[in-house]
Design a binder for this molecule. Structure first.
Ligand code: 6LW
Length: 499
C-alpha cells in the first residue's frame, strides 16, 4: 500500500503559502492579517511535516498594526526567498504602511526591522534575482520593477508584464522562476473563492515578454465535486531530488449548499511534473500519495499548554498587538495573566490569546481564575462573528455575535471563581440535507472529574468565511473583558468525526 500523507500539510488559517529550499531544509511563510505576531515561518525536511519555528514580524516596531486595523486587513501574502546567504521576506501590511521587506540569516528569527518599499505598488510582492544580481520585484496586477533590496529603492517605474487569462479576474500572487531556458511567471486568478485558479506564462527574460501556457489554468477546482475547493495562490519549489512540488491554498467547505469553510484557507502540497517545458500539477487529495523519500514526522503542537515557559510559543496569536503588561506569564508564575483593554470581542482592541482551529472537530478547554475580573473562551472569526463562554461576577454565560445581532444563548450561576470552560466543535446534530451547516459549536463547563456540562449548542455556519466574508479562519482563544483573569492551562485536542 503506497504511503500517503494528510493534506492540508499545514491545516487551519495558513493561506498564501510561499516556500524556498536551502540545502535539505524547506521553509514556508503565510499571511497573517490582523493577528500579532505576524507571518508565521515553518520548517520541514520532507515537504509533508512542518514545524512553526517563529514569526517574521514579532516585534511591535516591525508590525505597527493600528488598533482599528479591520479584520482581514493587516498582513497579506508574503514571498520568502533565499539569496546570497540570506533569507528575504517581502509582504504587504494593508492599512499599516504598505509593502515591506525583512531579512535574516536564521529564519527562526530575529528578522530585521522592515525596509519600507514606498515605490512598490499593490499587494502580493515577489522577489527574484537573475544571474547578474538584478532583483526583480513583481506585484499583483501583474506589474514589475527592478528593486535594490538593501535600500528598498525602486530602480525603475512599475511596468505591466501580464494581465492573466483573457476575461479572467484578479491576476495576483505572482511568482517568477528561472527554470531551464525560460523565465516562468505563475499567478493566481479568478479571486480567492470557488473560482480560484493558478495560471502560468513563460518568456526569455525576467521581464518577458510572456506567452501564456496553452493549458491554463494549470490548476483549479472550480466547478468540480472535490473536498478541496478555492485552490490557488501557489508557489513552486524544486526538491532535494530534483522533483518539483507546489504549495497552494485551498479550503474545505462542508455542509449543504453553498458549503461553509470555517478553518480559513489552508496550505496544501501537490506534485508537479514538466511536459514540453510547462508544469503539470498532479492530482490533489486530502489523502495524498507521499513523495518518494523518507518522511520526517514531527511532534504535533502540544495539546496542553501550561504557560510555565517564560515565552509564549510562536503559534499563539493576539489581535493587532500584545502589550507585555496585558498578556504575561510573569505576573503569576505558571499562569497566563490577561488584563482587559476592550470590554468584549466586539471591539478591535481586546486582550486575546488564541491558536488557529486546525481540526474540523476539536475541543478546547481553559482553567480560568476570575476572582479579579471577567473573561472567557471564544471561537473568533472577526469582531462581528464570534461565540464565547464567559465567566466572572458569579455568572457563566454563552454569548453569540453574528453581524449586528448579539445574544446571550445561555447563563448559569458560576460554581467557583476558578472554573474550567470548554468548547467542543462537533459534527452537526441534524440529518444531512441541503440546508445543514458545517458543524455545531457546543459550550459548557468541565468538572474536576472531567465531566462535561453542556450549556449551549450553536450553529457553526455563522462562523464561516461564506457568512462573515474575509480572508481568515477560526481562532480559539482566551480573553479578558474586565479586570484581569488568570489562565492556568489551555488544552486543545482534535476530536474524531464520530464524536
Ligand atoms: C492575498 C491575495 C488574495 O494577498 O487575498 O484573494 C490576499 N487573494 O493574493 C489575502 O489572502
Amino acid at each position: 500500500m503506497a504511503a500517503t500523507f494528510a493534506n492540508p500539510v499545514i491545516p487551519g488559517m495558513h493561506p498564501d503559502p510561499s516556500i524556498c529550499r536551502v540545502g535539505e531544509d524547506y521553509y514556508l511563510a503565510c499571511s497573517s492579517f490582523e493577528y500579532f505576531p505576524g507571518v508565521p515561518i515553518f520548517h520541514s525536511r520532507d515537504l509533508v511535516h512542518w514545524t512553526q519555528i517563529g514569526n517574521a514580524l514579532d516585534r511591535p516596531e516591525q508590525l505597527p498594526l493600528p488598533v482599528d486595523t479591520p479584520a482581514s486587513a493587516g498582513v497579506y501574502a508574503p514571498t520568502l526567498r533565499h539569496h546570497d546567504g540570506r533569507f528575504w521576506l517581502i509582504t504587504t501590511s494593508v492599512a499599516g504602511g504598505g509593502n515591506l521587506l525583512v531579512t535574516t540569516t536564521d529564519p527562526a528569527g530575529p528578522w530585521s526591522d522592515p525596509i519600507p518599499l514606498p515605490d512598490v505598488p499593490g499587494i502580493d510582492p515577489d522577489l527574484a534575482w537573475d544571474s547578474d544580481g538584478t532583483c526583480w520585484c513583481t506585484v499583483a496586477g501583474v506589474s514589475q520593477l527592478r528593486l535594490d533590496p538593501h535600500t528598498g529603492q525602486a530602480l525603475d517605474e512599475p511596468r505591466r508584464i501580464w494581465s492573466g487569462s483573457p476575461g479572467g479576474k484578479a491576476p495576483e500572487a505572482p511568482h517568477l522562476y528561472h527554470v531551464g531556458e525560460h523565465w516562468y511567471l505563475m499567478i493566481a486568478e479568478g479571486g480567492t473563492e470557488r473560482g480560484h485558479a493558478v495560471s502560468i506564462a513563460r518568456g526569455p527574460a525576467p521581464s518577458g515578454p510572456f506567452e501564456p501556457c496553452p493549458a491554463n489554468p494549470v490548476l483549479t477546482h472550480r466547478g468540480i465535486e472535490h473536498p478541496i475547493q478555492n485552490t490557488g495562490h501557489a508557489d513552486l519549489v524544486q526538491a532535494v531530488d530534483g522533483s518539483w512540488w507546489m504549495v497552494l491554498l485551498g479550503a474545505r467547505p462542508r455542509g449543504g449548499t453553498p458549503g461553509w469553510h470555517v478553518l480559513g484557507r489552508e496550505t496544501f502540497l501537490a506534485p508537479v511534473t514538466w511536459v514540453d517545458g510547462w508544469p503539470v500539477v498532479g492530482d490533489l487529495a486530502t489523502d495524498q500519495p507521499a513523495p518518494p523519500w523518507p518522511l520526517h514526522p514531527v511532534a504535533p503542537l502540544p495539546a496542553h499548554e501550561d504557560f510555565d515557559a517564560p515565552e509564549l510559543a510562536p503559534h499563539w496569536i493576539s489581535l493587532r498587538r500584545r502589550p507585555a503588561e496585558d498578556c504575561t506569564t510573569k505576573q503569576r508564575p505558571g499562569w497566563l495573566t490577561l488584563r482587559a483593554r476592550g470590554g468584549s470581542l466586539d471591539e478591535p482592541d481586546v486582550t486575546f490569546l488564541g491558536r488557529r482551529q486546525q481540526d474540523l472537530y476539536c475541543e478546547a478547554r481553559v482553567l480560568l481564575d476570575t476572582a479579579e475580573g471577567r473573561g472567557g473562551l471564544a471561537v473568533r472569526l472577526d469582531e462581528e462573528h464570534h461565540y464565547e463562554i464567559e465567566a466572572g461576577a458569579g455568572q457563566v454565560r454563552v454569548l453569540a455575535r453574528v453581524g449586528s445581532l448579539r445574544t446571550q444563548a445561555a447563563a448559569m450561576p458560576q460554581p467557583d471563581s476558578t472554573v474550567t470552560l470548554a468548547v467542543r466543535i462537533v459534527p452537526v446534530r441534524e440529518p444531512a440535507g441541503p440546508r445543514v451547516g458545517p458543524d455545531t459549536i457546543v459550550f459548557g463547563l468541565c468538572g474536576a472529574d472531567g465531566s462535561f456540562t453542556e450549556l449551549a449548542a450553536v450553529d457553526g455556519r455563522y462562523l464561516s468565511t461564506e457568512v462573515a466574508g474575509g480572508f481568515t479562519g477560526r481562532v480559539l482563544g482566551a480573553y479578558a473583558a474586565s479586570g484581569s483573569v488568570h489562565v492556568d492551562w489551555f488544552d486543545y485536542r482534535p476530536l474524531e468525526e464520530t464524536t
